[in-house]
Write a protein that binds this ligand. Structure first.
Ligand SMILES: Cc1cc2nc3c(=O)[nH]c(=O)nc-3n(C[C@H](O)[C@H](O)[C@H](O)COP(=O)(O)O)c2cc1C
Length: 339
C-alpha cells in the first residue's frame, strides 16, 4: 500500500468531513464537532499537537541499541507495538456516509490486531455504536477493548457485562464524556462520577478497568485509589472542552505522581513514531492514535489501519535507534530536550 494513494482515497471518501490535511493539527477543522475537529476554537486539539512539538530529541548513536524491541504486555496481551487504536464512534455524523459504523470499527479492530496492536471501540447515543464495537471485538476472538460513556451506573455495568461476554481483556469509561453534546442530542444522560461511583464500577468487574480522560494529578490519584488498572491521559482529542492543555503538557506531572501504580496511556496529536517516543519519554506506557486511523480506515480499510500503525511503529523503532533505547522501558526523559 502506498501512503499517498491511501490519503487520496481517504480525502475522496471523507469529503465534507475531513480535509486530510498535510499535518492533522486541528486548524482547518476548528469547531467541527460533530465532525473531525476540536470543539469551540479548536484550541484543545491544537494544544495536543503543539505540546508534542515543544520537545526535540537528543540524538545518540554511540550505544548498543541496534535492533530495538517495541513489544510490551498490556492487560495480559502480548503486543508488538505500544501504538493502540483509540475509540472513535459516530461515523455517520463525524466522518460521513462512506462507511457504516460497523464497517469502520471492524476495520479498526482487524487492522490493529494485524499490526500486533489492539483496538478500542467507543459508545454513543445510538445503541448501535456500542453493539458494533462488541461485534467487531467478538469477530477478533475478543481482541479489543470497549470504552463506555459515563452513563448512569446501571447502564455502564450492563455494558461491562456485555464486554465480558465478548471476551474483551479490559474495559473502561471515558469519564471526560461527561458533558458530551452528542449524547444530549440522543437524550441519554451522562455526567461526572464521584469517587464512590468510580469505585463501584471498578469493583463491578474482574477485568482491568481503564479510566479515559484524566488531565490532572488529583484525578489520576483518584483513579488509582479507586483501583483502576490504567488511565488515559487525554483531552478527548480536544472535542469536549475548549482551552484545555495538551496531553503532553500534563503527562509529566501525572506520571511523576502515579507511574508504576497504574498503567499510563496517553493520546492526542500523535502523528508519527517520533510523537510516540515523546509521549513514552514523558511517562506513558503506551499511546492511542485517533484521527490518523480514520484516514487509514477510509483510505485503505483494515489494511490501511494496519499500514498506519506499522508506519508509526517503524518510525518509533528508527527513533529508538537514534536516541539509544533498546526497549520501551529505556525510553525516558533523557531522550528529550525541551524547546
Ligand atoms: C470522530 C471522533 C470520535 C471519537 N469518539 C470517541 C468515543 O466514542 N469514545 C472515546 O472515548 N473517545 C472518542 N474520541 C476520542 C479519541 O478516542 C481520542 O482520545 C482522540 O481522538 C485522540 O486524539 P487524536 O485524534 O488527535 O489522535 C473520538 C475522537 C474522534 C476524532
Amino acid at each position: 500500500m502506498n501512503y499517498k494513494e491511501l490519503r487520496e482515497a481517504a480525502r475522496e471518501k471523507l469529503k465534507g468531513y475531513c480535509r486530510v490535511c498535510p499535518v492533522c493539527d486541528g486548524r482547518a477543522c476548528a469547531g467541527e464537532v460533530p465532525g473531525m475537529g476540536g470543539t469551540g476554537t479548536g484550541s484543545s486539539f491544537r494544544a495536543n499537537v503543539e505540546a508534542l512539538a515543544r520537545y526535540r530529541l537528543n540524538l545518540r548513536t554511540l550505544h548498543g541499541a541496534k535492533d530495538p524491541d517495541t513489544s510490551l504486555t498490556l492487560f495480559g496481551q502480548k503486543l508488538s507495538t505500544p501504538i493502540l487504536a483509540a475509540p472513535m464512534t459516530g461515523v455517520s455524523y463525524n466522518m460521513g456516509g462512506a462507511l457504516t459504523e460497523r464497517e469502520f470499527i471492524g476495520m479498526i479492530m482487524a487492522g490493529a490486531r494485524a499490526a500486533g496492536s489492539i483496538g478500542m471501540c467507543g459508545d454513543g447515543g445510538d445503541p448501535q455504536f456500542y453493539a458494533s464495537g462488541l461485534e467487531a471485538i467478538a469477530e477478533q476472538d475478543g481482541h479489543g477493548i470497549p470504552i463506555i460513556k459515563p452513563r448512569e451506573q446501571k447502564a455502564i455495568i450492563e455494558r461491562i457485562r456485555r464486554a465480558e461476554e465478548a471476551g474483551a481483556p479490559a474495559v473502561g469509561v471515558d469519564v471526560d464524556g461527561a458533558g458530551l453534546v452528542t449524547m444530549a442530542l440522543f437524550g441519554q444522560p451522562v455526567g461526572p462520577k464521584t469517587a464512590e461511583e468510580l469505585k463501584e464500577l471498578v469493583a463491578s468487574t474482574r477485568l482491568p478497568f481503564i479510566v479515559k480522560g484524566i488531565m490532572t494529578v488529583d484525578e489520576a490519584l483518584l483513579a488509582v485509589e479507586a483501583g483502576a488498572a490504567a488511565i488515559v491521559v487525554s483531552n478527548h482529542g480536544g472535542r469536549i472542552l475548549d482551552h484545555t492543555p495538551g496531553a503532553a503538557e500534563v503527562l509529566p506531572e501525572i506520571a511523576r505522581a502515579v507511574k508504576g501504580r497504574v498503567t499510563i496511556l496517553a493520546d492526542g496529536g500523535v502523528r508519527s513514531g517520533v510523537d510516540v517516543l515523546k509521549l513514552l519519554a514523558l511517562g506513558a506506557d503506551a499511546v492511542l492514535v485517533g484521527r490518523p486511523l480514520v484516514i487509514g480506515a477510509f483510505g485503505g480499510g483494515a489494511e490501511g489501519v494496519k499500514f498506519i500503525i506499522e508506519k508509526y511503529t517503524g518510525e518509533l523503532k528508527q527513533a529508538m535507534i537514534l536516541t539509544g533505547c533498546a526497549t520501551l522501558k529505556d525510553i525516558d526523559e533523557r531522550v528529550l530536550r525541551p524547546l
